[in-house]
Design a protein around this ligand. Structure first.
Ligand SMILES: [Zn+2]
Length: 425
């Protein structure tokens, strides 16, 4: 029995939420953390020497697109969760913009069933705010919660109607779900395919101004104040949006936020030469925005790193820039890109691990177990030093749309366990 148990020896056991940082052994049995201590003896289980390696709780990704049902040529629950496992994630929240849209219990149940039978990691669906993501009529948010959704979002689209958004937030609040909006004003971004600024002017491309994001973030913070609903701003990308989230938190509002690795790694300069692999929404912004996002991650304004893993087929990207699909894959590059923050921006490693583990769990209002005896063995074993060259073709996603192809990265996930089962090695 390959998965009956493991003894991980001499790891640096690291869980900042539990103030844990010690060299020790950890035993996995029956899907749980059975023992943590020094000099543990193997009793028939597989032993892994983890000297010099970091053992953390498994990462939780608040924002992925698994594309199933409906777009299985881009990704499936099987391949998307396999890719997540390779990135150290043990749970992912999948957005509702599938086909059909996850706006009812039958779709939620289908996703959960596929995840159970074919998934490598835990899948926590996000339901739609409005039926069909059409922004006309609310989805049955109570039904979605009942079926297993952990939040609601029309991600990919913004609910334009203010009153409908207010009602959606009132319902979500009454069912105890966070609303996780994609904040881009459709009117201000109309015809835009990248950040509006010097590079879009130079390339002659339509722009998405920072204010397209900030106007909706401001509205949604106001509606959070009005309704009491927990507002979680997806993929914050501008300095102004970070400032608004900081102010809202200082005012005691129930507002949280996530940021994506591409927004703290790249700027709109990456769109030069009409590189469609740098096209995403919200778009890559300016250097001052990138630094503001990093500052927000450091000071607690931003609660989680979320990938916005968004697989697209080659035909969706190998077209004119303004015709190309928005989004990039991100599960397998998230950790090494985040580790650059430790190396280049003095982020404490403890803060970084929080942003990938206890931070997102808190956003979801889920109980955080962490590296404690008796808790589920959801773990990531990491080599912080290993240098490697990223090749999407060697990854596990069905798609290869990434701006990081060929990048030299440092830090690699060596193994991932979900409920004690080795799902990546
Ligand atoms: Zn989005």
């Amino acid at each position: 029995m390959a998965n009956s148990g493991f003894l991980i020896k001499n790891a640096r056991i690291f869980d900042p939420a539990l103030k844990l940082d010690q060299k020790a052994d950890l035993r996995i049995a029956d899907g749980k953390i059975a023992e943590i201590g020094s000099g543990l003896k193997a009793s028939g289980e597989r032993t892994i020497d983890a000297a010099g390696k970091l053992l953390t709780p498994g990462f939780v990704d608040l924002h992925v697109h698994l594309r199933e049902p409906g777009f299985e040529h881009k990704e499936t629950i099987e391949t998307g969760t396999r890719s997540a496992a390779a990135g150290g994630f043990t749970a992912v929240c999948c957005m509702a913009n599938t086909h059909p849209v996850n706006d009812n219990a039958a779709i939620t149940r289908y996703i959960l069933e596929q995840a159970r039978s074919k998934g490598s990691v835990k899948v926590w669906p996000i339901g739609a705010i409005t039926k069909g993501l059409e922004g006309q009529e609310l989805a049955d948010i109570g039904e979605l919660k009942e079926a297993g959704c952990v939040g609601v979002s029309d991600d990919g689209k913004t609910v334009i109607d203010n009153q409908l958004m207010r009602l959606g937030m009132e319902y979500a609040h009454s069912f105890g779900l966070p609303v996780m909006p994609h904040c881009i004003c459709a009117q201000l971004s109309e015809g835009g395919s990248m950040h509006e600024g010097a590079v879009s002017t130079q390339l002659g491309l339509g722009g998405i101004p920072a204010e397209a994001e900030e106007s909706i973030v401001a509205r949604d913070i106001a509606l959070s104040r009005l309704t009491g609903c927990h507002l979680h701003i997806a993929h914050v990308s501008t300095a102004g949006a970070v400032d608004m989230v900081r102010l809202a938190k200082n005012q005691g509002l129930r507002v949280s936020a996530e940021a994506a690795p591409h927004h703290f790694t790249l700027t709109h300069e990456a769109c030069q030469e009409y590189n469609t692999h740098a096209k995403m929404c919200p778009p890559l912004r300016e250097e001052s925005d990138r630094i503001a996002v990093i500052q927000g991650l450091l000071d607690g304004t931003i609660d989680a790193i979320a990938t916005d893993h968004a697989p697209h087929a080659t035909v969706d990207k190998e077209v004119e820039f303004d015709q190309a699909a928005f989004g990039i894959i991100g599960s397998e590059t998230a950790l090494p890109l985040a580790l650059n923050l430790v190396r280049e921006h003095h982020m404490p490693l403890a803060r970084l691990v929080e942003l990938l583990t206890s931070g997102p769990m808190k956003v979801l209002g889920k109980k955080y177990g962490g590296l404690k005896v008796g808790e589920a063995a959801d773990l990531a074993l990491i080599d912080l030093e290993q240098e490697w060259t990223y090749r999407a073709s060697e990854g596990h996603s069905k798609s290869r749309n990434t701006p990081f192809e060929g990048w030299k990265l440092q830090g690699k996930v060596l193994a991932t366990w979900v409920d004690g089962k080795l799902v990546h090695e």
